[in-house]
Design a protein. Structure first.
Length: 442
């Protein structure tokens, strides 16, 4: 036999490609997943720049440009949160039936369409319709993308993957916000229409990127009922997962006493105790800088820690941030000291967010079976709109009570109790979910 025939008769090893830092060398199918994840990162950066252009201006746009009174704007925003919550539940079920990738593209299409309607609006009814469509689309996008990470990134790198995407999103939001601050003005209503149009366009680009890169990859199609004919594919099945329900309780508490207090309530407290708009703006800038600069180092330094410990650290950082905010508002505090304390508060809060980002999406996806992954991620994401329905109204009552310090005390105690709950959660999570790196290293 010719030596060429011998060589041809040998079984070929699967082609191995470099992993570009995401883990060990990988074969073709896994490489396709990593390519899809990198496309998701590119799209996340693009769309978050556009979102940063408009995120701070929802209330201003409806009130000053579209002529809707502020109290009614609050009702409209609350109503869209309810719609987003409903769409999130429907989206989870749809993702389990037709595929995570398809639902992500559908959500981005709705989000882009709603944003472009907002850009074209010249009266509040059309604007409210655009905001409703945008909110429902957004509630489909992120749960689906979070579920897709399981199919795209090796298990040992998923926490880092979630952290990288969170850091890129904040970088884009920060860049977009800086551009908006330099270009948007109430005296030029057209400037608002332009930034909303750009936001819609960047979201549409993200949809096209995913459509081009995700089609045919694992997760694009369904892992639904037909793939698991003996399975009970319902939300009731998900809610019978006690460790997951306990995790949702901790996450909701973190959101109610943390992120839901970050924008409107925090700014209202600082302004009500003498803080200037410049101090508020610097606070959010410090928050963004802390996340961008520390996200990857924190993920690397804490990689061997239990996930419940990271949730505890997040809650304690949030509690410290609110203590600093309250101290900034003490009567007799100098303007300079007050400004430094307020800005430092949001920087500390940003550090807490870097502890949360490797955990918030990794835990539900570690607990979820493939045929219920859409529902697990939908319930995980639903904690955000639910917190918006609880946190800001609670803050409004406390800050407007004549004793605004009661707001600081309440939310600080809330986060301290949440830290205790997160510590107890560690006893309920399976060891492979609680300490994934220890489990994978065996």
């Amino acid at each position: 036999m010719d030596h060429r025939d011998v060589a041809a008769s040998r079984p070929r090893a699967p082609r191995v490609r470099p992993s570009f830092g995401w883990g060990p060398a990988v074969t073709g199918r896994r490489t396709a997943g990593l390519r899809a994840f990198r496309a998701t990162l590119v799209g996340t950066l693009i769309t978050s720049v556009g979102l940063g252009l408009t995120l701070p201006f929802t209330f201003v746009y409806f009130d000053r440009i579209l002529g809707l009174p502020l109290p009614v704007v609050g009702v409209v925003v609350a109503a869209t949160s309810v719609l987003a919550l409903g769409a999130s539940g429907a989206g989870g079920a749809l993702a389990d039936r037709i595929g995570l990738g398809r639902v992500a593209v559908l959500g981005l299409t709705l989000q882009a369409g709603g944003t472009l309607v907002l850009a074209a609006a010249r009266e509040p009814v059309l604007g409210a319709a655009g905001l409703a469509v945008l909110s429902m689309g957004n509630s489909l996008v992120w749960p689906s993308l979070n579920g897709l990470v399981v199919h795209q990134v090796p298990a040992e790198r998923r926490s880092r993957a979630f952290a990288v995407r969170f850091g890129l999103m904040n970088a884009g939001l920060g860049a977009g916000s800086l551009i908006a601050a330099a270009t948007v003005s109430v005296s030029r209503p057209t400037s608002f229409h332009v930034v909303y149009a750009v936001d819609g366009a960047t979201t549409a680009v993200f949809a096209l990127v995913l459509l081009a890169r995700l089609r045919g990859t694992t997760g694009w199609s369904a892992h639904g009922d037909h793939a698991h004919p003996g399975s009970d594919v319902r939300y009731r099945t998900v809610l019978q997962d006690r460790p997951f329900v306990a995790y949702l309780g901790v996450l909701l508490a973190l959101a109610v006493f943390g992120s839901a207090q970050l924008q409107g309530p925090w700014a209202a407290f600082v302004a009500g105790t003498g803080g200037s708009p410049q101090v508020i703006g610097l606070g959010f800038a410090a928050n963004t800088v802390a996340i961008i600069s520390l996200q990857l180092p924190v993920e690397r330094w804490t990689r061997g820690l239990r996930r419940s410990r990271l949730l505890v650290a997040c809650a304690l950082c949030g509690a410290l941030a609110w203590v600093l905010t309250g101290t900034a508002g003490f009567p007799g505090t100098s303007a300079t000291a007050s400004a430094v304390l307020a800005v430092s508060a949001l920087a500390v809060f940003g550090v807490g967010e870097t502890f949360l980002s490797p955990v918030i999406n990794a835990v539900p996806n570690a607990l979820a079976p493939d045929h219920l992954r859409g529902r697990y991620n939908a319930l995980n994401s639903a904690t955000y709109p639910v917190s918006k329905l609880i946190g800001p109204p609670l803050a409004g009552v406390l800050i407007g009570s004549g004793a605004p310090s009661s707001w600081v005390v309440t939310i600080t105690l809330g986060l301290l109790l949440t830290a205790g709950g997160a510590g107890l959660l560690g006893r309920r999570l399976p060891s492979a979910v609680e300490s994934p790196h220890r489990h994978l290293s065996r």
